[in-house]
Design a protein around this ligand. Structure first.
Ligand SMILES: [Zn+2]
Length: 256
């Protein structure tokens, strides 16, 4: 199911002990934590693309506090995944959503992200899933029609690649920040729903839409973690305990 990411290759990668290899001999070793790094030099935007360790750790601490549990519950309901699903999380970050959903539903789970720090954290905590470092903006390194469900949770979106790797009877769940998300820290945001539906209009049609919102009383350290996770440099005064809103618009699509 995995494809060789070397430019102009794209052959199937066969799994061997601790590595994957294509029939042209391109091979990729498993990292110590078990993930595969398929990121090619031309796919990197910077030396260390994606989330840095501090952002990954901050986000994981927020998940571990239970702050995002209501968002996970809403995603679980709308995705309605079963044991039979084969699931891709494109832009999986630290693996929280995919890892937790997979443990509950028992499906076959695959997560990709461009950040090595994020994928390493995901592989350490959820070793039962497959974790890949890759740039999904360019190429999702899986064969056509590999998945029955794709998740894109506050991640970058690649409509044509999502369509290519999704089965014709599959579904796509996209989560985007709603206008009230972190409103206390960055003010009201834009409503991104219409633009997102437009982004996928060529390949997908919207079949269901929900908004998930939760409010959490955070201490100063947790507020600092939120600020790190959204790349806001800390203001001159130290972060203070405050009540913070987390809100996602959830869009469920089917292929057209
Ligand atoms: Zn190859």
């Amino acid at each position: 199911m995995l494809l060789c990411p070397v430019r102009d290759c794209g052959l199937a990668l066969a799994r061997e002990e601790r590595r994957v290899v294509c029939s042209r001999g391109h091979s990729f070793d498993a990292a110590r934590s078990g993930y595969f790094n398929l990121l090619q030099p031309q796919d990197k935007r910077s030396k260390q693309p994606g989330d840095r360790v501090e952002a990954v750790q901050g986000r994981r601490r927020l998940h571990d506090l239970g702050v995002t549990q209501p968002l996970l519950d809403a995603i679980e309901k709308l995705a309605a995944a079963t044991r039979e699903d084969i699931v891709l999380d494109a832009g999986c970050g630290d693996g929280f959503y995919l890892g937790m959903l997979a443990r509950k539903a028992g499906f076959d789970a695959h997560g990709i992200d461009i950040s090595t720090a994020a994928v390493d954290a995901a592989a350490k905590r959820y070793p039962e899933c497959e974790w890949i470092v890759a740039n999904a903006d360019r190429f999702v390194p899986y064969a056509d029609r590999s998945f029955s469900l794709i998740l894109s949770i506050t991640a970058r979106m690649n409509s044509s690649e999502f369509r290519r790797v999704l089965r014709d009877d599959g579904r796509l769940l996209v989560a985007i920040p709603a206008p009230e998300d972190l409103v206390e820290l960055r003010g009201a945001g834009r409503d991104r729903v219409a633009r997102t539906i437009e982004t996928f209009a060529h390949d997908f049609k919207l079949i269901e839409q929900r908004r998930a919102t939760t409010v959490a009383d955070l201490d100063a350290n947790a507020v600092k973690d939120v600020l790190h996770s959204i790349y806001r440099p800390l203001r001159s005064k130290p972060a203070e305990a405050m009540r913070v809103t987390f809100s996602l618009d959830l869009l469920l699509f089917r292929p057209t």
